[in-house]
Design a protein around this ligand. Sequence first.
Ligand code: GN1
Ligand code: MG
Length: 375
Amino acid sequence: MFTYDEIKSILDNFSIAGKLVSFGPIDDGHINDTFRVVYDVGGKEMCHLLQRINTTVFKKPDELMANVDCVTSFLRDKIIASGGDTERETLYCKPTRTGKKYFVDEKDRVWRLYNFVENSYSNNSINSPAVFFNAGKAFGEFQRLLADFPIDKLYETIPDFHNTGKRYRNLVNSIEANPKGRVKYVSEEINFCYERRNETYILTGKTLIGDLPLRVTHNDTKLNNILFDKTTDEPICIVDLDTVMPGLSLYDFGDAIRFGANTTTEDDKNLNNVSLDLGLYEQYVRGFLTSAGESLVPEEVRLLPFSAKMMTLECGMRFLTDYIDGDVYFKIHYPDHNLDRCHTQFALVADIERKYNEMMEITAKAYEEICGKAL
Ligand code: GN1
Ligand code: MG
């Protein structure tokens, strides 16, 4: 949807060497527009990652970019201190010609340029259990590295992003408004949420009374937000930092399970394919506890299975809300796409409920073996 000239005129505002050779879209996310751009620098190819930030979703791009810059600078310092490779182990923003972290074009579109992590790939599904162990280790490590980050420096760029109770309330508001007349098609789905509404405020309630600590959280820990090294298959870099905010470690854990331990994709029409893979759950718990276990309080560990259920329910409610609203938030690829996504999420919630006791046992055993503590 963007021409070469348009992309070039955007890129001309960034302080980068060489000549633009080509660009191509990277189509993974539901929110931003992303392009890999290739430059010729004295006969050598050099890639960058250009992104247009969706300002309908991210209403305060200045605060968002301040968060991203703060967190990536903090990570960079830690990576340098441990002798790592800052080009590959974290994203960082390349400045504009006027020294800003992002560029606003004449149509008020907001653009930023990241380093492109070479020789890397991301996974949309899991082809071996080790991949998911590594994913848990990577997001656990992200939390561990940021454990001493001064959290009051971060803006809450999307207030109540993972406040499941508020998400439930938003759903109710949309049902009442019923702007597209679609409510009549989704009474079963609405009932599914209604039956679980008393669980939606447990995590925020426990935070309020001090049982769960606020931490720097990524908030979008889908498997495909980890870059793996093409040569070693080790995780190298966490990407998609737009929702880095103060939050709960459980948001990051639960959302990762929602996406990665599901035996099928987020929008599979065949619900028989949907289930929670207990083997994968165990891999992720073990990876996560290996890197982050020591820094978690026992209540966080105890609630790991619950967080998987809540993040899945919440995501399903968000897809349902967007379907009722007329598909205004998530990019869809066909009519009813949001409804299909909602169905997979609710089928997964139901399966998590069936397997809940086993998930608790797996968690307690892993905690004991890895951290030497009983739950
Ligand atoms: C959105 O754009 P993407 O795929 O990284 C959404 C997440 C959802 C996810 C569902 C800012 O993420 O919260 O879990 O879709 N991001 C935002 O696939 O709303
Ligand atoms: Mg995202």
